[in-house]
Each structure stands twice: as C-alpha cells, then as structure tokens.
Ligand binder design. Structure first.
Ligand code: ZN
Length: 389
C-alpha cells in the first residue's frame, strides 16, 4: 500500500497551489492523487449561481461497512496574498524554515485540511477501512461569497443519500496554543438598514420641512444604548453595532427626505432575524418624535442563525483526544465570527478544532510544524476512539 504522507508534506503541497477564491489551482487535483491509492470514492462537483463565479468542490469518502459517518469539513481556497513584496518568503512557497511552515493558507486552513487528511490516511494504513465512513467535505468557496460551497455540497451529498453522524471543521480555533479551544457553536449574524423619512425642503425654511437627519442620529444613539441580553451559559451577550449613516445629500441647501443607518448584529441563541427586526422597530418607534416621520427597516438576506452543538458524545470524545495529545483541557467556546459550520449544523452535530489562528489572513501567515503534526495526532486519536478499535 502507498505510504501515508505527513501532515506537513501535504500542507506544503496544498500551499503551493495558489487557490485564491474561486480558483482551484490544482489543489483538489493534488488531493485526489493522494486519496485515490487509499481507496477513496471521489467526486468533484462544480456549483453555479447566477452572478457568482463557478466553484469546484470535493466530496471524498472511504467506507468499511456499517457504522457512524464522520465528516471532516474545510475549505481549500485562501484569501489573496496582498502585496507579495511584503512577504519574507513568497506566499505560495510552502517553505519550512526554523520549525515554521510559511504561506497563504498555512493556518486558514490548508494546514487543517492537511492534518485531517494525513490522520485519516494514517488510520487507513494502520487499521484498514474504518468501521463506518470517513468523508472529506471540501469547498473552494469559503473565503468568497460562500454561495457555491459547503451549503450546496452538503445538500448535494444529502441528495445522494449520505447520512452524516458527526462533523469536525478544521478551521483554526486555538487563540494562542494547541489545546486552547473547541468551538461548539457560533453566534448568528444579521445586517440591516433602518431608514427615517420626513419631508424634503429648503434649509432656509426648515419649518416647512421635516428633517430626518437629527431624528436618525437620536435613534442610532438610543438603540445603541439598549441591552439585547446578558449572554447565556454558552454565549456572550448579543451586540448591535451601527456601522454607517447614509444620507447621500450632495447639496448644502436641501433638507433631505430620508436618512438611513446600516447595522450588524452578532447574536446568541436567544435571538433570530424576526425577533431582531421587532426589537429594532420597537425601540425606533419608541423614540420617534411625532407622526411627521416614518420608519422602515430592511434586513439583508445573507444572515445566519446562531447555533449550539449539544452532542456530549462528540464534544466529550473530542475533548479527551485533545487532552490526550496536548495535556490541556480545551475551553468550549461559541465566540468569533461565522464559519461554514453554519451550513453543516442542520445535518449533524458539528464542532470546530484546528490550528492556532494568530496569523490567518496576514502577511507572512505561518504555523508551527509541531502544531500541524500535533493536530494530525489529535484527529487520529479521536478516530481511534470514534471507530472503537
Ligand atoms: Zn477559514
């Protein structure tokens, strides 16, 4: 049988493919060549959406009969390198220097993908096919619009009859060192625009107009001061942030008819889009001075729900694997931004654990080779327990 590659060798090769969203750049072709000799069934569906670039994705699986289906999920696309002359080593070199692996995607998240692929191949090499199924759900559209990626890939797999038992996303979750943190959920995100309309008029005759600008300014101040909640056992308090106020008035002598303020809410599992809409409208109405003004609120349609994974068997077993390899007890967290786990949560329990995220998206992105190999060891240890060898 072909020998299983190390996580570091895999990660180097993945980084050398400049797969800036939405480019495949040979990264999936490389993985296919690695997986095929081990008996994986491999699909590379391309998804389309009007107005967005087509994106190639990969679903690969290996089955050894009845048993649980563990899906490792992640993305092989990366953000652009930016000004390449600012990098100490070229961004797509995949070079190892002084114990560090350098390059765009080392942390976010070709390192994570390399670690779970290496762990799985090591498992198959040592024990044969798992008693159950291991699959890789890999997208090339996480850093981009995320329209032609995990959301469609999960749907595609489900339509083919795949039933997932558990999923691990290999995003970088550790703030400082390996073993810090498992993400067991994520806050939701919702953007919206609040508009106050009054009556347009001449600035010299303000009594004939109703100026929405000071009204909107007061609403922004007052809504910003409202407390949404005080957090829950697993979530920090929800927060609404106004991020822009827009009137678009290019003249100096005109009182505008309307003024808008845009906001984003990061919210816990006490909220959803409907409740947030009602909350903003209620507090805006409360502070609206008189019926010379009207309100409207629109929500963007790319919001995501908050979710919390409650599977003790997945979280408990994975924590044990982290402890066994790092000697540290990971914190269970729901902090940070959104991730593709939001597209997986409706199919099976999902957690996230990967590398140390400190340099993600930065110039000179890098990870410690020792961390990379330790991550592969953690995934391997988890698989030993999961498939009960
Ligand atoms: Zn990522």
């Amino acid at each position: 049988m072909t020998k299983a590659p190390s996580a570091t060798d895999l990660a180097c090769a993945l980084i050398q493919c400049p797969s800036v969203t939405p480019k495949e750049a040979g990264v999936l072709a490389y993985l296919e060549r690695q997986l095929s000799p081990f008996g994986f069934e491999i699909h590379r569906p391309v998804f389309s959406e009007p107005g967005y670039p087509d994106v190639e994705n990969m679903f690969a699986k290996i089955t050894g009969g009845d048993g649980p289906h563990l899906a490792f999920a992640g993305h092989v696309d990366v953000v652009p390198a930016g000004d390449e002359t600012l990098w100490t080593l070229p961004p797509f070199s995949g070079a190892v220097k002084d114990g560090l692996l350098h390059g765009r995607g080392a942390a976010d998240m070709k390192g994570g993908v390399a670690a779970f692929v290496a762990a799985t191949l090591r498992y198959v090499e040592a024990h044969g096919e798992p008693k159950g199924t291991v699959s890789f759900v890999l997208t090339g559209d996480e850093e981009g619009p995320a329209k032609n990626g995990t959301v469609k890939l999960m749907q595609w797999a489900a339509e083919r009859g795949e039933q997932f038992s558990d999923s691990i996303v290999g995003e970088p979750t550790n703030p400082n060192q390996m073993g810090d943190m498992i993400k067991v959920g994520r806050r939701g995100s919702q953007s919206g625009t609040l508009t106050v309309s009054g009556k347009q008029g001449h600035v010299a005759y303000p009594h004939l107009a109703s100026n929405p600008v000071p009204v909107l300014a007061r609403l922004v101040e007052q809504i910003s001061a409202e407390v949404l909640d005080h957090g829950t056992d697993f979530f920090q308090p929800s927060n609404l942030e106004f991020i822009s106020m827009d009137v678009g008035n290019e003249t100096w002598n005109l009182i505008p008819k309307s003024a808008s303020a845009r906001f984003n809410v990061r919210f816990n599992d006490l909220w959803n889009a409907e409740k947030l809409e009602a909350f903003v409208l209620e507090h805006a109405r409360k502070h609206l001075p008189d019926d010379a003004f009207t309100l409207s609120l629109t929500l963007e349609d790319d919001g995501s729900e908050a979710f919390l994974t409650r599977s003790e068997s997945l979280i408990g077993r994975f924590s044990k694997a982290v402890e066994a390899i790092t000697g540290r007890t990971p914190e269970l967290s729901t902090g940070g931004g959104t991730s593709d786990a939001r597209f997986i949560k409706n199919y099976c329990p999902v957690i996230e654990f990967g590398l140390v995220g400190q340099t993600m998206h930065m110039i000179d992105e890098h990870v410690a080779v020792a961390d990379l190999e330790q991550l592969a060891d953690i995934y391997y240890e988890f698989m030993l327990q999961y498939f009960e060898r």
